[in-house]
Design a protein around this ligand. Structure first.
Ligand code: FAD
Ligand code: SIN
Length: 534
């Protein structure tokens, strides 16, 4: 049985659900998500969500911090749009039920993280993402126009290719008609036809061996869009969070929020010595790329597996009150953060690139939008400013909702798409063929395409990935599909995009740091005057 809808939203994080809520007033929406609704990066976000809220903060300062962090190659229009629209979107989240922490006087309590010149991060303890996700899920569940299909995996996007036409990346009239979707419980693939399709599939962390991202972050949306011939940009800029809990064997790695450094925690080596001042005047609160590279260097020079975060000088009760989640987690493995230093190491965390979109969130394929971490809006440039991503997700969801609603009547459902055909395929007998290749790919990406790269490392990574690609394609062609096989196919595509786009850089900038090229550090950013009304 195939399905038809006005809007097909793929992904149930902040981007997908906030978009669904915005368009559902007038239209029917199907949200597909490959696990339970709350299994997404959003649910794990700790630090918070950026928005200029009170003086002395201004839009100019937030714009400037974003540009500095992004090494000056952010798209200024995108930055201005996100920064100036953010306060409106915070009102929506609050109206839907999100509880941001307040001071005893009733004002919002604003946190600060690396690269921010002001306190501007709204948060709910150290569990902001879970609070936002809870709010969105409860709104979506009670909406009569939104149908949510959990355990449904989007396999591929539908375009003219499925009508037998040749589709190339240079065409400007590619259209998206929906997606082939796998019902993971019934093990069957069916078609969802839609007037508008939205990719909100989150990040790519699992392409790497060590990541803060949950298992669902396998870059599916980016890979699907790439296969459908959409433009993909900035994939070389993979952000490594400097401080994931060093707890060997745990995957994903538990995050130790940057907000802890905003609260006063200091990075130290095993012998208790501070080191960040050697690398940057902002010390432990320097931009994330600088901190991650500095930690990587300290670990390599000293031969250590981790460095440490020390918050023991702060009042224990305050620490526990602000960071109950981090306190509980560390205590569960025998670390009392009010008394002990916390072992930390960098982990793949955020993909600044993705499916290229315009200011409305529309991709180079008509009727296809990409939102949140799957998209490349230009906001982050070469490096994302902490806590700007949740803001980007809700701002672009809002833009895309308004833009797509204006055009919905122009689209008709494309009912000539053939059903999924898996004649002649058989079930994969040995899952080891998939799991071992996934592990090899993750090792290749971490060792050769990680925080520090070189031409030789990238070339080596590409050669090895090609072998894995060929083996997986053979398996893909002859097998009845399962989630793991599709995810590996997607991760290989994403790994390939990261390597190829990194190879084309020929310079070091922001998160793409190569031993073969000196680091470009731009110094100033001419900014346009922006109204400071918020
Ligand atoms: P997600 O929330 O990841 O949602 C993606 C959804 O797509 C999931 O539901 C997934 O199951 C679904 N999906 C994926 N592929 C498919 C498929 N093939 N078929 C069907 N469904 C699919 N950002 C901040 O701004 N502030 C923070 O404090 C912060 N802290 C973070 C802490 C951690 C530990 C992590 C991992 C990230 C953090 N980030 C933070 C980043 C931020 O959480 C994400 O960038 C943001 O939540 C992404 O939202 P999204 O809606 O784009 O994707
Ligand atoms: C954190 O809390 O350190 C994560 C913030 C982010 O990734 O934006």
């Amino acid at each position: 049985m195939n399905l038809e809808t006005d809007y097909l939203v793929i992904g149930s994080g902040a981007a997908g659900l906030s978009f669904a809520l915005k368009v559902a007033e007038k239209s029917h929406v199907i949200v597909v998500t490959k696990g339970e609704m709350n299994e997404c990066n959003t649910n794990y976000a700790q630090g918070g969500i950026c928005s200029v809220t009170y003086e002395p903060d201004t839009f100019e300062k937030h714009i400037h911090d974003t540009m500095v962090c992004g090494a000056g190659i952010c798209d200024l229009d995108a930055v201005e749009q996100v920064v100036t629209r953010a306060p409106m979107l915070m009102k929506d989240l609050i109206r839907w039920g999100t509880r941001f922490d307040r001071t005893p006087e009733g004002k919002y309590e604003l946190a600060r993280e690396g690269g921010h010149s002001e306190h501007r991060i709204l948060h709910h303890k150290d569990e902001t993402g879970a609070e936002i996700e809870r709010t969105l899920i409860s709104q979506v569940k009670s909406h009569r126009n939104i149908e949510v299909l959990e355990y449904h995996f989007a396999v591929d996007l539908l375009t003219q290719h499925h009508l037998g036409r040749l589709v190339t990346r240079h065409m400007d009239d590619i259209e998206c008609y929906g997606a082939y979707v796998m019902d993971l419980k019934r093990e069957r693939i069916f078609t969802i036809l839609s007037k508008v399709t939205v990719l909100a599939t989150g990040g790519v962390g699992n392409v790497y061996h060590v990541t803060t991202n949950p298992h669902v972050a396998t870059g599916d949306g980016i890979a699907m869009a790439h296969r459908a011939k959409a433009i993909i940009a900035n994939m070389e800029f993979i952000q490594f969070h400097p401080t994931a809990l060093y707890n060997p064997g745990e995957r994903p790695s538990f995050l130790i929020s940057e907000a802890l450094r905003g609260f006063g925690a200091i990075l130290k080596t095993k012998d208790g010595k501070e080191f960040m001042h050697k690398y940057h005047p902002m010390g432990s609160l320097a931009p994330r790329d600088v901190v991650a590279r500095s930690i990587d260097n300290e670990m390599k020079v000293r031969g250590d597996d981790c460095v440490y975060l020390d918050v023991t000088h702060r009042d224990p009760a305050e620490t526990i009150n602000h960071f109950p989640n981090i306190y509980r987690k560390c205590l569960s493995i025998g670390i009392d953060i009010t008394k002990d230093m916390i072992p930390v190491a960098p982990a793949a965390h955020y993909c600044c690139g993705g499916v290229k979109v315009d200011l409305n969130g529309e991709t180079s394929i008509k009727r296809l939008y990409a939102l949140g971490e799957t998209s490349c809006t230009g906001l982050h440039g070469a490096n994302r400013l902490a806590s700007n991503s949740l803001t980007e997700a809700v701002v672009y969801a809002d833009q895309a909702a308004r833009h797509s609603a204006e055009h919905l009547d122009e689209y008709t459902l494309q009912r000539n798409i053939p059903d999924w055909n898996d004649d002649g395929t058989t079930a994969t007998e040995e899952m080891i063929l998939i799991t071992q290749n996934a592990k090899e790919m993750q090792q290749i990406m971490s060792n050769y395409v990680g925080i520090v790269r070189s031409d030789l490392r990238l070339e080596r990574a590409l050669r090895r990935l090609e072998i894995i690609y060929k083996e997986n394609e053979e398996l893909f062609q002859k097998s009845k599909l399962n989630k793991e096989l599709c995810e590996l196919r997607n991760m290989i595509d994403v790994g390939y995009l990261i390597i190829k786009q990194a190879q084309s850089m020929k310079k070091s900038i922001g998160l793409h740091y190569s031993l073969d090229y000196p680091l470009e550090v731009p110094h100033d950013f001419p900014l346009r005057k922006t109204s400071s009304e918020f």
